[in-house]
Design a protein around this ligand. Structure first.
Ligand SMILES: Cc1cc2nc3c(=O)[nH]c(=O)nc-3n(C[C@H](O)[C@H](O)[C@H](O)COP(=O)(O)OP(=O)(O)OC[C@H]3O[C@@H](n4cnc5c(N)ncnc54)[C@H](O)[C@@H]3O)c2cc1C
Length: 378
């Protein structure tokens, strides 16, 4: 049996597809215009049980594997609201999963349970104005003072950053370099904290924030896992992020091809539909082959992740291939639309803008190539 063909997988896909058709796609233009979406949506996803797919049932999760993350991500972007999909997974995958993996029981009960219900919103704070790809260099400090950490510094480009109730924050608690990094749970109502929403070209329906920490005191018990182990946790959890981005890319490719076929068969040029011209049929055939290859590469990476727990090279390859190629396909489908492709009212225009961020977020294409090549020569 091929990937994702079990009855359970099909039923889960149908569940998400119905949710997306009813609760998301009808609102995609509104959310794009408003640069955000109602928090109620996260609660509805919590009720559906999809915010903690791999978390154990004892904390309100579903106890499933990464295949369900694949399905969720592929289906969410069919809403055309890539930004909202990013926001949902920034919460459910990038930020809170680490609590389940290395947090204390108390942290799981206090933070994970409401987060899985969609009652709180989380972001992941790694990137700083001077350190993005080089996560090991971050300079936001957390100094131990009595029973507290005092935090100073800044973060940028943080998804859910200005709307989040909590940030899973990477801080420097020790020496320079990766070994001095820890993760802490940072409540957004902490004195001395402020956040500003950033104005961006891509994924506009998601919030992206610049965060400032000025002598912010949080309890030392908000440390997640062990002090000085943060970099390792971050690298581990990048696997889930890269799977998410790969699946978003693949789902968008599929939608772009549907849009291309619809437009290309209805718009006539020189007396016949665009897709009656062989050059366009061939260009779309190339896009189709790329899309299938990208999905299979992602499924292979997911299979390795599920079975071995470590698929760093495979996921880097999948993320590289998917994010680079969804940009190429968006470019093709935009070109097919002629002048209409330059008009904001067309979905293809929005998707073209949205996917421009895919080769950046969760590690850039250059970093993916670094990881792949390193594992090849080691
Ligand atoms: C929409 C969006 C959402 C985001 N959400 C989050 C989030 O929720 N949390 C978070 O922490 N961050 C988030 N980010 C930040 C993202 O992870 C960083 O932008 C990314 O890691 C790159 O860092 P940078 O922007 O500082 O670029 P830089 O690291 O300054 O890189 C600049 C360029 O140099 C290249 N480069 C870097 N290193 C090398 C090298 N060794 N060899 C060759 N080329 C190299 C890069 O690939 C890039 O092309 C988000 C970004 C975007 C756009």
């Amino acid at each position: 049996m091929g990937y994702l063909e079990s009855k359970e997988h099909r039923e889960f896909r149908e569940l998400i597809a119905q949710f997306v058709a009813k609760e998301m796609r009808p609102y995609h233009e509104e959310w794009e215009r408003d640069e955000g979406y109602p928090r109620e949506l996260l609660k509805k996803l919590g009720d559906l049980g999809v915010l903690g797919l791999r978390v154990g049932p004892e904390y309100g999760g579903s106890g499933l594997d990464y295949w369900y993350t694949v399905i969720l991500c592929e289906e969410l972007v069919r809403s055309y609201s890539v930004g909202v999909s990013v926001s949902i997974l920034a919460h459910a995958e990038f930020s809170i999963k680490v609590i389940d993996d290395v947090g204390s029981d108390e942290q799981r009960r206090e933070y994970l349970v409401p987060a899985l219900r969609g009652e709180t919103v989380w972001g992941l704070g790694l990137t700083e104005p001077d350190f993005g790809s080089n996560v090991g260099g971050i300079t936001t400090t957390a100094k131990r003072v009595g029973d507290d950490f005092v935090i100073n510094g800044a973060k940028t480009f943080i998804s859910n950053g200005s709307i989040g109730d909590y940030i899973m924050l990477a801080v420097r608690t020790g020496e320079a370099g990766p070994k001095g990094i820890s993760l802490v749970i940072f409540p957004a109502d902490t004195k001395g904290y402020s956040a500003k929403k950033l104005d961006k070209m891509a994924v506009r329906s998601s919030d992206t924030g610049m965060l400032y920490f000025d002598d912010c005191r949080i309890p030392a018990k908000n440390l997640v896992g062990k002090e000085g182990y943060g970099f390792g946790y971050i690298m581990d959890h990048f696997q889930g992020e890269r799977l998410v981005l790969s699946c978003f890319g693949n789902g968008v490719m599929e939608e772009l091809l549907k849009i291309a076929v619809d437009y290309g068969t209805s718009r006539e040029i020189f007396g016949k539909p665009i897709l009656s011209h062989q050059v366009w049929k061939h260009r779309l055939a190339d896009c189709y082959a790329t899309m299938v290859a990208s999905k299979q590469l992602t499924y292979h990476a997911c299979d390795v992740l599920n079975t071995k727990g470590d698929a760093n090279r495979e996921l880097s390859a999948a993320k590289l291939f998917s994010s680079e190629n969804v940009k190429k396909i968006a470019n093709e489908v935009l070109q097919l639309h002629g002048g209409y492709g330059a008009m904001n009212e067309y979905v293809v225009t929005k998707l073209y803008r949205d996917v421009s961020a895919f080769t950046i977020g969760a590690g850039t294409s250059e970093i993916m190539r670094e990881i792949i090549s390193r594992t090849m020569v080691e």
